[in-house]
Ligand binder design. Structure first.
Ligand SMILES: Cc1cc2nc3c(=O)[nH]c(=O)nc-3n(C[C@H](O)[C@H](O)[C@H](O)COP(=O)(O)OP(=O)(O)OC[C@H]3O[C@@H](n4cnc5c(N)ncnc54)[C@H](O)[C@@H]3O)c2cc1C
Length: 467
């Protein structure tokens, strides 16, 4: 029987990063993945393919503004959806191949098959060719991720009533795509098909889209997406989703108790994701799973069984690839006897629409609720030279800082390139910067990053220079 210092179940960003770090720290490491393609949800049906589709559809949408820039397109510009999807798949395949390369380079043994516990130190691998093998792990890391959630009354036929996985490989651009759930995944994929020519309606139970983020971001994103043609039905509770041939009918009740009926040809159910532990036989190892299907862990990501850890989407916290990666690194270092730490408050959240939305730290709603005395400074992108030069005028940066100490408590932004700009805010907050610290740092001109400096100036003493 093969024996390892660490056995990792699941090769998503949590699992494969944990494997690399374990190997770097000198541990004999194995990783088990049930699919032939490594990289988990993120690489195969999540972050990477959705960003590939967003990038392709963004190029198409940009064409509408070519004339403003003095570029005349005389021939017909058409979307070839199949080619777009083929390109996306090529990006996925290359990226997954890159993970395989990293496993080989770090001498991590890869097992293809479904892993399940025999006991607290043995994992059985049911291989895809029908054979099986049991391996031993002194330590075991559960990194089995998550799957799309559904509402109990919706039948997913995965053809016209679908999850994000199917929405990444549609055979045609929908005529009318009804998105159930206005969270990050629904809004991103909704924008892909909106740009490609679909009518897109978003039905959201709560009173705003991207509800976990600062409400000012929801408001601005709603405004911009409405301008682009997306329709919103917030405070609407979906009651039924029926398919009849090529027609999908979604009925929802609004706050007044009235029922609306939307008729489309595709419905995307994006109501969140649920932790995935099916087939793991966690009970054979004595590992505790919560009522909500999560693996229960302590602050050291250790389960109730001391040599078994769990990371990523299968444990509490934000379901984000970079959160899973940080936890993968942390667990490897804990097993190696180190004392790493993650500040969960500083895990940024990003929506890859255009304009992009990004945030880190506390929202205004959270600060109000906690009774924190704070001040806010905002700066609109339209007042920036770089934004004007490029024509990306939507959005703003908002900095929230402690009223007495001036320490930055939260940074919220919507606009061009915010997915990358947020890194400056993370660094600043990691080093406990004050708004004045940021305001006194030189930011290259002309850049979008100047909006962060200006928002910091606005938060310092209402001293923004360019408004
Ligand atoms: C459409 C979409 C877009 C997204 N975009 C982003 C984004 O832009 N940024 C971001 O941060 N996050 C994004 N996410 C979320 C991100 O994909 C997840 O947070 C991340 O993949 C979680 O990583 P993980 O390692 O915990 O699990 P996963 O990536 O889910 O990987 C778990 C792996 O374990 C395998 N597995 C499960 N059970 C077993 C078993 N018993 N034996 C063997 N293998 C098993 C699974 O096959 C899977 O490969 C997106 C998700 C979706 C669906």
């Amino acid at each position: 029987m093969s024996s390892f210092d660490v056995v990792i179940i699941g090769s998503g960003p949590g699992g494969y990063v944990a494997a690399i770090r374990c190997a770097q720290l000198g541990m004999k490491t194995a990783i088990i993945e049930k699919y032939s393609s490594l990289g988990g949800t993120c690489l195969n049906v999540g972050c990477i393919p959705s960003k590939a589709m967003l990038a392709s559809s963004h190029h198409y949408a940009e064409m509408k503004h070519f004339a403003d820039h003095g570029i005349e397109v005389t021939g017909e510009v058409k979307v070839n959806l199949q080619k777009m999807i083929d390109r996306k798949q090529a990006v996925v395949d290359q990226t997954s191949g890159g993970v395989k390369y990293l496993m080989d380079k770090n001498k991590v043994t890869v097992f293809e098959g479904t892993g399940s516990f025999e006991d607290a130190t043995h994992v059985k691998i049911d291989k895809n060719d029908g054979s099986s093998e049991v391996i031993e792990g002194k330590n075991i890391i559960i990194a089995t991720g998550s799957k799309p959630a559904n509402l109990p009354f919706i039948t997913l036929d995965k053809e016209r009533v679908m999850t994000s996985t199917e929405a990444l490989k549609l055979p045609e651009v929908p005529r009318h795509l009804i998105v159930i759930g206005g969270g990050v995944i629904g809004i991103e994929l909704g924008q892909v098909y909106l740009r490609l020519g679909a009518q897109v309606s978003v039905v959201e139970y709560l009173d705003r889209i991207i509800p976990g983020m600062d409400s000012s971001l929801s408001k601005e994103l709603t405004k911009v997406l409405k301008k682009q043609g997306m329709k919103f039905y917030v405070s609407h509770k979906v009651q039924s989703v029926e398919r009849d041939g090529d027609v999908v009918t979604v009925k929802a009740e609004n706050a007044k108790g009235e029922t609306i009926s939307l008729e489309g040809d595709y419905a995307l159910v994006s109501v969140g994701r649920k932790p995935f532990t099916n087939g793991l036989n966690a009970d054979k190892a004595g590992v505790k799973i919560t009522d909500r299907g999560m693996v229960e862990v302590n602050d050291h990501l250790q389960t109730n069984v001391s040599n078994i850890y769990a990371i990523g989407d299968v444990v509490r916290g934000a379901m984000l690839a970079h959160k899973a990666e940080e936890e993968g690194t942390m667990v490897a270092e804990i097993i190696a006897g180190q004392k790493p730490h993650i500040d969960y408050n500083l895990i940024p959240g990003v929506v890859y629409t255009w304009p992009e939305v990004a945030a880190v730290g506390k929202t205004e709603e959270q600060l109000k609720e906690a009774g924190v005395d704070y001040k806010a400074g905002s700066f609109p992108f339209k007042a920036l030279g770089r934004a004007r030069a490029g024509g990306d005028l939507d959005g703003f940066v908002k900095i929230l800082a402690d009223k007495k100490t001036d320490e930055v408590l939260g940074v919220h932004m919507i606009g061009a390139r915010c997915a990358d700009l947020i890194a400056e805010a993370v660094v600043a907050m990691e080093f406990k910067a004050s708004a004045e610290d940021i305001s006194r740092m030189s930011h290259a001109h002309p850049t979008f990053a100047e909006a962060i400096k200006e928002a910091a100036l606005a938060a310092t003493d209402n001293r923004a220079l360019h408004v």
